[in-house]
Design a protein around this ligand. Sequence first.
Ligand SMILES: Cc1ncc(COP(=O)(O)O)c(C=O)c1O
Length: 468
Amino acid sequence: MTNSTQRALKRALHHAEAYLAGLEGRSVATTASLEELRARLGGELGRQGLDSVQVIDELVAATEGGILGSAGGRFFAWVIGGALPSALAADWLVSTWDQNAAVFACSPAAAVVEEVAGRWLKDVLDLPVEASFAFTTGCQLAHFVGLASARHAVLRDVDWDVNEAGLFSAPPIRVLVSQHRHGSIDRACRFLGFGSRNLTALDVDAAGQVTTRALENALAGDRAPTIVVLDAADLNIAAFDSFETLIPIAKAAGAWVHVDGAFGLFARASRSRRRLLAGVEKADSWATDAHKWLNVPFDCGVAFVRDPEAHRAAMTLSVDYLATDGLARDQMDWNPEWSRRARGFGVYAALRELGRDGLEQVIDRCCECAEALVTGIGALPGAEVLWRPHLNQGLIRFLDPRPGAREADHDAWTDAVIERVNATGEAFFSGTTWQGRRAMRVSVVNWRTGPDDVSRAVAAVEAVLQDS
Ligand SMILES: Cc1ncc(COP(=O)(O)O)c(C=O)c1O
């Protein structure tokens, strides 16, 4: 090892340890402005290179206040997981080993680790053993993989080879999606050339679930090539579609069913919560994230496809392309990228560190903390619970205390309270619009979150409401 590498790594370890040790006391929100960050990090690139340690030290100093505290236990915005110790350390090794996880020949260990991690994931998520899988950058690209496989299969069923003939004169594909779908579904559909005009949004009921009638109506008529996308936990209230009812209806119409389980699919690992996903195993493809509830460092999503032939045909460079006599798994046969990071290592480490019981405990603890947060904050004067978590997501609204306040005032007040709570640095939440009203979303997926974090977050909201 050159002296420069050794010194830079030691420095990085020093900064990383200091960062993690300070998580409890550090502001969860960022404190540096855009202008400050640009001023500190910008300027012209010099002609002369710098010492590696100086680069690292100055990087840490210049980013101070610009790093959001999502690694800690009091970050409840969007759906953002932390990093388990072994997954974080494994990720450092991934950079150290600097493997190109494109094919087995480029890194046999990366290929085999991915093969094993994929099998373990299917096992803990209770998905079909025959399903193939791909480790992607996130759920967005996992949707792309699942829906590309779907596109291949539904066109193959009408004797259209999309790889060879493309889409220009292909039979139209209709895509039926939930009204509550995540935007990453629309984006994946766009990448795949479906066009937003060919997406039909299915009505949902008060619980956010696609109704049977909406699906049946949409499927009535001719048997066009069809893809149905269902939710295994939507972003706001973790609504699960009724897989047991809807998937058989879709299948009877010859449709391919894809499931967005970015975080919700992991509820399969909890014995007390897996009922929410009854029947999900009957789908054709599933997309999830390891960087959410599995607490692997960014980035890592995973796609699973029941029909490996369709999956491989959609992704591989050539169906005849085999680097190793077909004995080893070449990631490029299943992934959209060519060169890529060895994402399997973090997943492998996280699963081994937790084991089945540990994973279940993380899921259950997050759900209990979400419930405690919503109960604690919801009990404060001026707070109204809009959605009590049945999993890890809840919604709270804050009512403008002024006499005669209207809905628009409550909306503005809710956003103002979120901003003030975040400004305390004690906890961090994000806002959302649900059923036409603004709300504060509570999302818990970080392995670090525990009862102390809940108490501190509730106290922070209470202090803001008292001062307002
Ligand atoms: C339900 C759902 N689907 C998809 C995504 C997109 O996931 P990613 O950001 O990993 O691409 C998210 C992100 O929060 C999500 O909550």
